[in-house]
Design a protein around this ligand. Structure first.
Ligand code: E4P
Length: 213
């Protein structure tokens, strides 16, 4: 499983990229709004920083509007992936982008059937939302496993991005359930790296080193 970072914050993106683990970035309108910057300017900054896929979401609700917006976003840089919501209009737009060789990430996926429809429309990625499913008492990780099995059975090449990742266990579970990618908030990257035994071990090694005879 590869790692994307789920943020529009350029500082977080740079820090994660410096770790050498970053295969891409996902943004969404809420994450961009939090930054209070021009969406296009921020996408230019992100795409010049990160080589991998950078998901930029359309806000139109009709296919025509999505296609117009998506074309403008895709013109910003070759590594832009147009993020499209999982709706009937979204599927029409995904098909149009696929015909234009523009990569797509179908977002707000909450069922295996939605993932199958998105894949058949030509989506490059589908993003099932783990945390938001868990929030309503469903099992987000089970959905990843189901989509993964379904795509394997039918030889579907669309990649699964585990999204709405809230804690380190989601990351392990997504990897073990067959997600190709997890898009992870910066805070969760910091949590993953940390282990109290690692910290204790470093402290002991340094103490022993400094107290040697
Ligand atoms: C995915 O691409 C979304 O940006 C994101 O993972 C949503 O996460 P949230 O449910 O924590 O808002």
């Amino acid at each position: 499983m590869k790692f994307f970072i789920d943020t529009a914050n350029i500082g977080e993106i740079r820090e994660a990229n410096a770790l050498g683990i970053l295969a891409g970035v996902t943004t969404n309108p809420s994450l961009v709004a939090k930054e209070g910057v021009s969406f296009h300017d921020r996408l230019k900054e992100i795409t010049s920083e990160v080589e991998g896929s950078v998901s930029a979401e359309v806000i139109s609700e009709d296919a025509e509007g999505m296609i117009k917006e998506g074309k403008e976003l895709a013109a910003i840089a070759p590594n832009i992936t147009v993020k499209v919501p999982m709706t009937l209009e979204g599927l029409k737009a995904v098909k149009a982008f696929s015909d234009l060789n523009i990569k797509t990430n179908v977002t707000l996926v909450f069922s295996a059937n939605q993932a199958l429809m998105a894949a058949r429309a030509g989506a490059t990625y589908v993003s099932p939302f783990l945390g938001r499913l868990d929030d309503i008492g469903h099992n987000g990780v089970e959905l990843i496993a189901q989509i993964s099995d379904m795509f394997d059975i039918h030889g579907i090449e669309t990649e699964i991005i585990a999204a709405s990742v809230r804690h380190p266990t989601h990351v392990t579970d997504a990897a073990m359930s067959g997600a190709h990618i997890a898009t992870v908030p910066f805070k969760v990257f910091q949590q993953i790296v940390k282990h109290p035994l690692t910290d204790q071990g470093i402290e002991k090694f340094l103490n022993d080193w400094n107290n040697q005879k």
